[in-house]
Design a protein around this ligand. Sequence first.
Ligand code: SF4
Ligand code: SF4
Length: 361
Amino acid sequence: MDLDRLLTARGISRREFIKLLTATAVTLGLSASHVPAMAEAIEKSVTKTPVVWLKGQLCTGCTCSSISSLDPGPEEIILDLLSFRYNPTIMAAAGHVAQMALDETVKAGGYVLIVEGSFPTADDRFVMSGGKPMREKLLETAANALVVIPVGACASFGGIPAAGPTGAVGVGALVKDMPIINLPGCPVNPRWLYGTVMHYLMYQDLPELDAYNRPKMFYGKLLHDNCPRRGRFERGEFLTDWNSDEQQDWCLLLMGCKGPKTYTDCPQGLWNDGVNFCINAGSPCSGCTQPEFYAPGFGDTRVGFAPLYEKQNSFALPGIGGIDAPKVGKAMAGVAAAGVGIHLVARTVSGSKNKREGDGV
Ligand code: SF4
Ligand code: SF4
């Protein structure tokens, strides 16, 4: 269907369409001079793979993170890279016009479904949309999708809402028999999202996934193995006083760092277009890419990562078993003193050097 027929089907005239585009440009912080380019891109996007973005229980942080990217910027993302058909936060249409756009896209099928937020199981009324439980809307929309991409901790595994009374679960607990690529994080990093979508669209196939359906290209490495503070960990130098000048770049394990159990490329890929990441900014990793974030208990067998800023009583680290953090420090300091940890220190030094060269701060 060409754009004119699509507009006619929605009862929108060309003039109204241009008005909508102008309003959208203002919302995105673009000048009106972008409107012709937007119209042209949308015309082309009618034949591109469409993207539908659904929302459950959320803070909208993943949408904000995704359009805060500088390279590619919001205009490239919305106009050139993806053909967004539905995202209630950034689309100009609202109400029944927005619902019509969604219904039409779902009926046609063949779209990428991005999902943000978790879904309540305790009572459907916690999240309703168009008079329907959001859970039903998710299942209907997923049924005709090419691939389902939950973004953020909430959509992937339940996230922070899973710690509350709504019985929140991630998409994988509800949508079965569909290809699912989880992109956890609080929020999702734009690199992970656009890299995954582009990979899927270019190869028409899923990237290599781990046991939690996360792309290994972004979630394949243990943060702790690539942490710029790993040398401090090896020497048993753990920060205990936020106000101590001496301890400013010491290991954050005792302050609740979940890096030893968190798989992510944050230290290499960084955030805010390569500027920084949590640990370099002085914050312990809260493990936001793991299923254990943030729930006090995850399933029957594993302990969750809450509270965020308290040390885990027992981390079963590879090679040294499940022992308390102070003992970890002593044990690992002993290993380093014996010379066995030298390669890890060297890796830390090179990691820090890369960070200094790449962070631009
Ligand atoms: S515990 Fe955290 S701060 Fe310490 S080395 Fe590991 S990831 Fe880095
Ligand atoms: S460093 Fe940890 S808490 Fe921070 S974004 Fe990466 S995985 Fe999440």
